[in-house]
Design a protein around this ligand. Structure first.
Ligand code: FE2
Length: 463
């Protein structure tokens, strides 16, 4: 072999190897699953049952009501008349009953008129305390309880559930049941958007918002669900005379956005135990100088990792997604914000939208500057892990079609319905597990030890 041929072979080999390195991603699970479309549960399904009694409060759910976890927003709907907006609540081991009164709202959407939507914020609760609460009157009075989080601090263990794109099918019910029966008990759900899928019905049938909120009550009345707006919350239907985006969602779900200096309920932050959770809106303006951009620019420097070591972002549309469905839809947001995620060492970004599960490697793609041509994701230990958990089980079915070969940024992907658990142990370690609905309640189909980006550097995966 001549020198020139030898050089040519070496260059060719190098080219092939570098191509293989880029394309040779992680694991595409071969798990066999049904790809039939999921059916919504019928209107008379037991999970949609209306509680007994005249004007009984229904669709009860809670979310965090302030920035640090000492407040709770309690929401419910009375169907027949406004009734009482007062919540009576008391701490376990205390006889002192407290009263708080909220507001009542009502909206129309095309030919639908909502019930009376009550939002009541209770504040100045004790940390790490079980509270009972009572809503409604007479024989339609209903009782629930919740536990406030521990005081914010760097080594406080806390467990979040992760659910997205839930809908109200038989699979949705399985997902919620698996979350409830998971032996690692979640204390709070980080919900990554796309709630009821009412907009998939003719005229965006808002009765399906009511059924959905009755369905989730069994969990969401007892632990906070942190809300993210997805595309199915937009409900933009000018042909129906409904040109205001997010109308039903805005009436039905209140969040503590003002507590974090936000001007919109679609982007905000909370602290909870050892976590700082930033909620972003994929469907609100996020370009430079927009309100969301300005808020985020001020928000990242506020995060004190010696107080809340875990910096978590939730949004609806994933920035890294190797499924064919919604491929590169998150690209504009990635271009805008990935730099900050790396600069501020975000630990994990959870998204939904794609009806499947995927976990990324720690990668970034922030070198590109239009003249240097550097546009490939590279390994980056300051980057977050991106997890798509849009596999709640809605009526649109699974996203089964994947880009091939699996790109290098994708560590594990599988098109099955399920939920995630983020189990924070202390300031350095958190364990993430993904549970598919077909397995037993304790089985994890994918898992990862997350080492905190501020306090630790290397980590290992097990699948
Ligand atoms: Fe979506």
């Amino acid at each position: 072999m001549g020198l020139r041929t030898f050089v040519f072979v070496v260059v060719l080999l190098g080219f092939v190897l570098s191509f293989l390195e880029f394309c040779n991603g992680g694991i595409t699970s071969s798990f066999v699953r049904s790809v039939n479309y999921s059916l919504d549960m019928p209107l008379d399904a037991d999970v949609f049952r209306v509680p007994p009694g005249y004007n009984a409060p229904q669709q009860v759910h809670i979310t965090q009501g302030d920035h640090v976890g000492k407040g709770v927003i309690i929401t419910w709907i009375t169907p027949d008349e406004p009734g009482s907006s007062t919540v009576i609540y008391w701490a376990e081991n205390s006889d002192l009953k407290n009263y708080a009164t909220g507001t009542v709202l009502k909206y129309k959407y095309f030919d639908y008129t909502s019930g009376y939507i009550h939002h009541c914020t209770i504040t100045d609760l004790e940390f790490d305390t079980k509270y009972y609460y009572e809503i409604g009157t007479g024989n339609a009075t209903r009782h629930f309880q919740f536990v406030t989080p521990p005081e914010v601090g760097p080594d406080v263990p806390y467990t979040f559930g992760l659910i997205g794109d839930l809908g109200q099918t038989y699979d949705s019910n399985r997902t919620l049941t698996h979350y409830e029966l998971n032996p690692t008990k979640g204390h709070t759900v980080l919900f990554v958007g796309d709630l009821s899928y009412a907009d998939d019905y003719p005229f965006h049938d808002n009765n399906r918002w009511d059924t959905w909120e009755r369905f989730i009550e069994r969990n969401a009345a007892y632990q906070p669900w942190i809300w993210t707006a997805g595309n199915h919350e937009i409900d933009f239907a000018p042909a129906l005379g409904e040109p205001i985006p997010f109308k039903p969602f805005s009436y039905r779900f209140h969040v503590p956005y003002r507590a974090s200096g936000s001007t919109s309920p679609f982007w905000y932050s909370i602290k909870r135990a050892s976590a700082y959770v930033i909620v972003m809106s994929s469907y609100s303006a996020f370009g430079k100088y927009t309100p969301q951009y300005k808020w985020l620019k001020n928000e990242f420097p506020k995060v004190n990792r010696t107080e809340t070591p875990w910096l978590i972002i939730i949004m609806h549309c994933p920035m890294y997604n190797s499924y064919v469905h919604h491929f590169m839809e998150g690209e504009t947001m990635r271009v805008m914000y990935e730099k900050w995620f790396v600069e501020y060492k975000v630990d994990a970004v959870f998204a939904g939208h794609v009806h499947a599960y995927e976990r990324s490697e720690r990668v970034s793609n922030i070198r590109y500057n239009i003249v240097n041509g550097l546009c490939m994701p590279i390994s980056d230990q300051s980057a977050p892990v991106y997890i798509t958990i849009g596999d709640g089980g809605n009526l649109e079915g699974l996203a089964t079609s994947m880009t091939e070969p699996q790109p290098s940024y994708s560590a594990f992907r599988e098109a099955s319905f399920g939920h995630g658990i983020l189990d924070i142990k202390n300031r350095t370690h958190a364990y993430f597990g993904w549970h598919r609905n077909q397995d037993g309640y304790a089985v994890e189909a994918d898992s990862l030890w997350l080492l905190n980006r501020f306090w630790k550097q290397s980590e290992r995966a097990s699948s």
